[in-house]
Design a protein around this ligand. Structure first.
Ligand SMILES: [Zn+2]
Length: 258
């Protein structure tokens, strides 16, 4: 997909969410990101990540995009992240009216009502786009993937970026951290090489890092066992859960004490 088509797709989503005459703050966030993102291929990575996310959701799999995508409104519109970074807001889908608030929505399930009687949609994380601008300019992004979905995610990205010469740098195991580095076609170096030997050479090349994350396989198992979808659990609680799990499983100290 060309850059313009991708921005058009993001803008269509913006209008679905905020109506035909979106609030000025929302629009200005969109256009200020566009100014930065249209300079390079980063927007293409966000679009393919959105597609990978959509496919993962359809399969009941999980992925986690790290870095700038979490603070990009365009990434949110393209489905590359669930985190909507614009200021905290309440929006009435009937009146198409946005009101900004000073805090995140309450998680008690009681949505505020608009004057017209409709439930307001509450969202926003109040994250400035500028917080990770370095990753955008260097065209680097990191994608955590469940082990079961890892190879399919890799193939989707390679197929989408097939107009580039792709260098795959991977670790020794079948499913291990992999860099997908994108070079222009005339630099015909495509192929698979060892990550640990070649990472320094490709450090400054635009790339997507695919990271196998066993905890994301646990998410799928938890959903199957409890019937609760991870996307319905507040982000803060998931972060807490991840920290707790790492503490319980990755601490050699606690094993020695036992
Ligand atoms: Zn209303």
């Amino acid at each position: 997909m060309k850059h313009k088509e991708i921005f058009d797709k993001a803008y269509r989503r913006l209008k679905e969410l905020f109506g035909d005459a979106p609030d000025i703050k929302i629009l200005s966030r969109f256009y200020s990101e566009k100014m930065v993102l249209q300079k390079d291929d980063y927007i293409r990575y966000l679009e393919i990540l959105g597609r990978v996310c959509e496919r993962a959701t359809a399969l009941g799999e999980h992925i986690r995009v790290s870095g700038t995508a979490g603070s990009s409104f365009t990434a949110f519109l393209l489905g590359a992240t669930d985190i909507n970074p614009v200021p905290f807001y309440e929006y009435c889908p009937k009146c198409k009216r946005v009101e900004y608030t000073d805090k995140r929505m309450p998680f008690d399930g009681h949505l505020p009502k608009c004057e017209c009687g409709y439930d307001m949609i509450c969202d926003g994380y109040n994250l400035p786009f500028e917080m990770n601008i370095g990753s955008v300019l260097s065209e680097k992004i990191q994608l955590g993937v469940s082990r079961l979905f890892f190879n399919e995610a890799k193939e989707m990205i390679c197929e989408y970026m097939s107009d580039k010469s792709i260098v795959k740098l991977k670790g020794s195991e079948d499913i291990s951290t992999t860099w997908l580095c994108f070079l222009d076609k005339d630099e015909d170096m495509g192929g698979e090489y060892s990550l640990c030997d070649n990472a320094p050479v490709f450090e400054n090349t635009p790339h997507i890092t695919l990271l196998p994350m066993p905890i994301l396989d646990k998410y799928r198992e938890l959903e199957a066992a409890t019937g609760v979808r991870m996307k319905d659990i507040p982000h803060d609680i998931i972060v807490f859960f991840d920290l707790l799990k790492e503490t319980l499983t990755d601490s050699p100290t606690s094993v020695r004490i036992l």
